[in-house]
Design a protein around this ligand. Structure first.
Ligand SMILES: [Zn+2]
Length: 268
């Protein structure tokens, strides 16, 4: 599966087309990922690094940490969708009449949103009478913040915006109103992170604003792929009495053939 189109600032880092993602949920190392941990940014980095196929060693160290939060989400959704790339579906109830509705998003739509966002490298917000420029958070910022214990939300906001300010100072000008304004501008510049979709209801015409957590969606799908792999190991081990080592020495496509035989109840 190809990597997404890289933003202008990162495009020069990689030789085009040489590095791809393998599918998740077929190798032994995929069992070692702990989806229950609380450090989500580190989990995302690990998944992307583990599934990046780089036979010529061309991927710069820490490459996925340097991508924006939105770009990392796009990569994670490519892994979650796998080679068949089905659309992501989000069922929900209409806020006005309760009608059961469903929003479908394709990987192409998600990538197109992200590619537009990639054109914006920094945002500017007026704070305390001066224009302050902020860059968008990267994976390494999210990893740092996930490991820091902040006293309260105010301290967290000041630390985060202080780290992201590229021009102008933020220290005095930051009250909660200012923080909300920066937050809103960030959401617009990196729409996948807190995605909101407008969906009108077929039954009553209501415009629903649907908030979608793409990170939770992708991690949920990947965690289910891991559970399927555990089930595969369990079935093959129970049926043929193979060790985990023997099972993983068998290629994925052949494991599937054995599983089909087991399911069909063939004993000879
Ligand atoms: Zn409705």
């Amino acid at each position: 599966m190809p990597l997404p189109t890289l933003p202008p600032s990162a495009a020069g880092l990689l030789p085009q087309g040489r590095i791809a993602f393998r599918r998740f949920g077929i190798y032994e190392e995929d069992l070692a990922i702990d989806f229950a941990g609380s450090d989500t940014p580190a989990l995302i980095t690990r998944l992307l690094e583990q599934c990046a196929q780089d036979p010529e060693g061309q991927l710069p160290p820490g490459f996925f940490r340097e991508l924006s939060a939105g770009k990392r989400l796009e990569c994670l959704l490519i892994l979650a969708a796998g080679p068949q790339r089905p659309a992501f579906s989000f069922p929900f109830g209409c806020a006005a009449c309760g009608e059961e509705l469903e929003l479908e998003l394709t990987l192409e739509e998600i990538s197109s949103l992200q590619q537009q966002a990639d054109q914006i490298e920094a945002i500017e917000v007026e704070l305390g009478g001066q224009r302050v420029a902020f860059r968008k958070p990267k994976g390494r910022d999210q990893e740092d913040w996930a490991r820091t214990i902040f006293q309260d939300e105010g301290e967290a906001a000041r630390a985060m915006l202080g780290a992201l300010a590229v021009r102008g100072t933020t220290a005095e000008a930051l009250d909660s109103l200012a923080f909300d304004r920066v937050d809103k501008a960030m959401d617009e510049a990196d729409p996948l992170v807190n995605l909101v979709c407008q969906v009108s209801c077929d039954a009553c015409g209501e415009q629903n604003n649907l908030s979608i957590d793409l990170c939770e969606t992708a991690l949920g799908m990947l965690s289910r792929l891991q559970k399927q792999l555990i089930l595969t190991v369990h079935r093959l081990a129970s049926h043929y009495h193979w060790s985990e080592k023997e099972i993983f020495a068998t290629p994925h496509w052949r494991r599937n053939e054995y599983l089909e035989l087991i399911a069909a109840g063939r004993h000879s």
